[in-house]
Design a protein around this ligand. Sequence first.
Ligand SMILES: Cc1cc2nc3c(=O)[nH]c(=O)nc-3n(C[C@H](O)[C@H](O)[C@H](O)COP(=O)(O)OP(=O)(O)OC[C@H]3O[C@@H](n4cnc5c(N)ncnc54)[C@H](O)[C@@H]3O)c2cc1C
Ligand code: FES
Length: 281
Amino acid sequence: MHRIVRKEQLSPEICLVECEAGDLAAAAHAGQFVILRIDENGERFPLTLYDWDREKGTITVVCQAVGVSTKKLCALEQGDNVLDIAGPLGHAVRSGTSGKVICIGGGVGTAEAYPVARFLREEGCDVTVIIGARNKDMVICESDIRKISDKVYVTTDDGTYGRKGFVTDVLAELVGKERYDLVYAIGPIPMMKAVSDMTRGKGIKTMVSLNSIMIDGTGMCGGCRVMYDGETRFACVDGPEFDGHLVDFDDLMLRGRRYRDKEKISLDRYEKDCRIGLGLK
Ligand SMILES: Cc1cc2nc3c(=O)[nH]c(=O)nc-3n(C[C@H](O)[C@H](O)[C@H](O)COP(=O)(O)OP(=O)(O)OC[C@H]3O[C@@H](n4cnc5c(N)ncnc54)[C@H](O)[C@@H]3O)c2cc1C
Ligand code: FES
């Protein structure tokens, strides 16, 4: 059991949850993720480590409520418990990067970009962050990101905050003016694909963090298969970070859509249960 010590609503759909998890906090590194199960009837689902406090023995995740499990987590409050949390899983962001870096976070991917940007800054990189969101209400983690970045740009699709447009508009301007050593993009698959397509021609190394469907997180179930440089890789143990120029994003999108019918049935059933007061069952 992991007690929730802090819960904050960052946007109408996105919440921040800090949980007691001493062993995880002691071993956590930027770029890694955990797999949670809310209750005994729950499925296992992955979330990136947003932050950790080794002294307090807590970890923090940021979660967008898109389906049953994420809605269940966002419905919990301070003092409630998460049944189990496995991890930290996946490779940490590799050290040894230097020079000028652009980190891009799209949607809830902004929360996943934060520990990466912070780590790269600690490594001595000059870090520019581009945050992208659909609208003003969906811009998250901006103040934390400003504290650990050299420059920050915010874009919203509808222009209600920051610049109107996509993260790739700002990226095109930046890489058109100056030489960058690395671009690190985390967000929706079409965004990571667009970023990788843009940087390929300019020869800028580009890393992405893949959010493929995961189940066990150990490389055993095969659920998170991705086609990478013409070969099969497992995002949970070989990633989640990969060279964006070698990822088959079309295959990844196809696999992500595979369970949509079942997810819809499950969400409809959960929302019906919520209406009649059986929400977390
Ligand atoms: C390494 C990794 C890190 C992630 N980090 C974050 C994070 O920090 N914050 C966040 O909000 N989300 C994160 N996600 C996505 C999150 O795991 C999914 O949104 C969640 O599993 C959806 O579950 P659900 O039951 O709420 O929705 P469902 O109805 O099951 O699914 C809704 C959509 O979420 C995706 N999804 C479903 N199951 C999984 C699964 N087991 N693994 C991955 N994607 C799935 C699918 O695209 C699906 O269409 C991460 C995913 C991965 C693989
Ligand atoms: S989640 Fe099962 S192999 Fe990666």
